[in-house]
Design a protein around this ligand. Structure first.
Ligand code: 26Q
Length: 683
């Protein structure tokens, strides 16, 4: 529908092409929708509603949620999207008529692994939930050419292989060249007396081109967008550089995801990645805002920028820069808007994971941004002195720039209206220990948001057998209202339901056993207890403790013929950061123990050890439903929340764990019979 309200005839409406048309009049959007529905049928109609939804929300009073994250661990979307659209059964039956098994088709889709672990998966779960709950939410990230490396095990050692997830194309994305923007690096900042503005001289421009993926909500017309930014050479080619070198440097920006999930890899390229997608993302939000409102003065009332850890925290100085330099706003107003728009989620207290950038790196790559951070720091120091009555020790601890480094968490706290931890215990540790000084300076900023997972992917989609049992036992409302799962309590002592649950578990154990036989050549007994620990490999997560327990059981059985255990299969899955020596040695140890234990006829009826290669979202979907025991045994105080713990529990496993992260709250909810806690009880 044109600006003047008349209809514009669209050539060939196919797939997502529709969203390239600007439908400006929301009052007319309903009519257009009707047309599209007639032309494309219901399924496409839902996807077709995507652009109109974007426009519709911009006219409502709802705040838009802009989730900025360096990582989105999406996994496959085909069946998940079909289920959310309510067309799965019909599509499955239809394909069957053609002799196609939908699950074979599913195998053709690559597992979008644009993340390391929990933080990236959380972002993906949030996108699903936000759409399903009808919130207008938009993700912003990088379109990495290679996702997290694929893990191969050779001679028991981890070998990393590039993840070419885009090799067969990504059918969900739509390139939006019209919405591309230039991002500037490496310039000199010069004050222009005539214009009264800062100018970037000799900047190296990089074109940021968005690729949009639809995030389809469950049983709703809401379709949100995950925007992946791709770096390309700008039309403004730097004059002082060979083009081939420039083009290569541009390509490097989006080439790979950093494969570390906790140690700081303070590389310039990572800083470049961070600024690249943050700058492009903010520019797009401002443009959208100005399409609807006459000025930016209400920007913070209409937009929330959620910062997924410190990785996108340059959003704070970048928003300041745009408001002050490009829209001539006074510093105080710009700061009010910025610090009421941004919100920061902390995911770790591990000292080695707290991001710091050398001033020299920041200053040369992003000179104007660094100037702005200096000014933020200068004013922050003034505030701290005033509030703390000139407590110099406190000031030294909290400064944003000190010892030649920029402390990103400090910048994040100063520039956000909300700072949250990801589980009650973690938030409490932040408030009372790690960030005590900041809680003193800003008493109302700190809060808790305990993590969650989408039960649509981790139960309905991953475990159709258990879903069917739930449907026949408590009805289907739980899909929309997960709290309805509590109805199951009525059946907790019902031996018939228990028997059916047991059968589902056996079926799912068989699925995993078949997978393990196919990939590892190890036959495991589905009547043994499946005791599973799958997560990134890290010292604090204590896979080493788990494998030491296995060694103990094995040795006891060897020396003591009286000592026999209920048959148990220990299953591990974990990627190690490529440079993390200890973690790689633990993988080797697990595989070496497996070799000995699995091939010893004296114990093999009782004990098996399996290391599943290449743990990720897709494999997790097979593992979670099959677990009897979920291992959540981190050193108390170290695991911020954990989310695998929830996936296992949702599929009916008993947890063995420490009082850490979300385990604490889970234990309160499920009681001692369903979670076995050991270790430190008070901190
Ligand atoms: C930082 C600097 C340089 C390179 C990489 C990184 C980096 C990358 C990823 C640092 C941390 C991460 C990821 C952290 C993460 O996944 N944390 C987990 O977040 C989950 C969701 O909140 C929690 O449940 C987990 O407890 C937490 O470990």
């Amino acid at each position: 529908v044109n600006e003047n309200g008349t209809q514009q005839v669209l050539p060939e409406v196919n797939e997502f092409k529709i969203q390239e048309y600007d439908l400006l009049h929301i009052s007319e959007a309903g009519k257009a929708l009707e047309k599209i529905r007639n032309r494309m049928g219901n399924a496409i109609y839902e996807l077709g509603s995507w652009p109109m939804f974007e426009i519709a929300v911009s006219h409502t009073d709802k705040e838009s949620i802009l989730h900025f994250s360096m990582e989105f661990l999406i996994g496959r979307l085909l069946v998940n999207n079909m289920m959310n659209l309510g067309i799965y059964e019909i599509a499955k039956d239809g394909l069957e008529d053609y002799g196609i098994n939908i699950h074979d088709l599913e195998e053709l889709e690559s597992d979008a692994g644009l993340g390391n672990g929990g933080l990236g998966r959380l972002a993906a779960c949030f996108m699903d939930s936000l759409a399903s709950l009808s919130y207008p939410a938009f993700g912003n990230t990088i379109r990495y050419e290679y996702g997290l490396f694929k893990q191969k095990i050779e001679n028991g050692y981890q070998v990393e292989v590039p993840d070419q997830w885009l090799r067969l194309g990504n059918m969900w994305e739509v390139r939006k060249p019209k919405h591309a923007v230039d991002v500037k690096f490496w310039c000199r900042v010069v004050w222009n007396e005539e214009t009264g503005k800062w100018e970037h001289v000799d900047a190296e421009c990089v074109r940021a081109v968005p690729y949009d993926m639809p995030i389809v909500g469950n049983d709703t017309t809401v379709t949100n967008t995950l925007r992946l930014w791709h770096a390309e050479p700008s039309e403004e080619i730097p004059s002082n550089k060979d083009f081939r070198q420039y083009a290569q440097e541009v390509r490097d920006i989006c080439q790979t995801l950093y494969p570390d999930d906790s140690t700081l890899a303070g590389r310039t390229l990572r800083l470049k990645q961070q600024y690249f997608f943050v700058s492009a993302g903010i520019r797009a939000i401002i443009k959208n805002h100005l399409r609807v409102y006459p000025s930016l003065s209400n920007f913070h009332e209409k937009n929330v920028i959620q910062l997924n850890d410190t990785h996108p925290v340059l959003a704070i100085p970048e928003l300041m820069r745009i408001l002050v330099d490009e829209y001539d706003m006074e510093w105080d107003e710009a700061w009010h808007i910025t610090s009421h728009t941004c919100a920061y989620t902390n995911h770790t207290i591990l000292a080695e994971a707290l991001e710091k950038w050398p001033v020299s790196t920041m200053e040369s790559l992003l000179p104007r941004i660094y100037q702005i951070i200096e000014e933020i720091n200068r004013r922050f120091i003034g505030y701290v002195k005033q509030v703390s009555d000139h407590d110099d020790d406190l000031l030294n601890r909290v400064m944003i720039i000190k010892d030649g480094q920029v402390y990103m968490a400090h910048l994040a706290i100063a520039g956000s209206f909300s700072v949250n931890g990801v589980a009650r215990l973690h938030s409490q540790i932040l408030k009372e220990q790690e960030m005590k000084d900041f809680n003193f300076l800003y008493p109302n900023k700190f809060n808790n948001k305990t993590n969650g997972i989408t039960h649509r992917r981790w139960l309905a989609y991953s475990n159709p057998e258990l879903s069917a049992l739930l449907n026949e036992t408590i009805g289907t409302d739980w899909l929309k209202h997960p709290e309805q799962l509590e109805k199951l309590m009525e059946y907790v002592d019902d031996s018939i339901v228990q028997g059916k649950f047991y059968n589902v578990k056996q079926q799912r154990k068989q699925v995993l056993a078949d997978y393990i036989y196919k990939h590892n050549g190890i036959r495991i007994d589905t009547n043994s207890i499946f005791d599973i620990q799958v997560k990134r490999l890290h010292a604090y997560k204590r896979q080493l403790l788990n494998i030491m327990h296995v060694i103990y059981l094995y040795q006891e059985m060897k020396v003591n013929p009286e000592f026999r255990i209920y048959p148990r299969t220990f299953i591990f899955g974990a990627k190690a950061a490529p440079a993390y020596y200890f973690a790689k040695k633990v993988i080797k140890l697990i595989n070496s123990v497996a070799d000995i234990v699995n091939n010893d006829p004296e114990t093999s009826d009782y004990l098996k050890v399996v290391f599943i290669e290449n743990y990720g979202v897709t494999i997790a979907e097979k593992i979670m439903p099959a677990a009897d025991v979920s291992e959540q045994i981190s050193t108390a105080g170290k695991e911020a929340s954990g989310t695998g713990n929830m996936k296992f529990m949702m599929n009916g496993a008993v947890t063995i764990g420490t009082l850490d992260g979300a385990n604490v709250e889970m234990a309160e909810r499920v009681g001692d019979d369903n979670i076995i806690i050991f270790g430190l009880k008070d901190n």
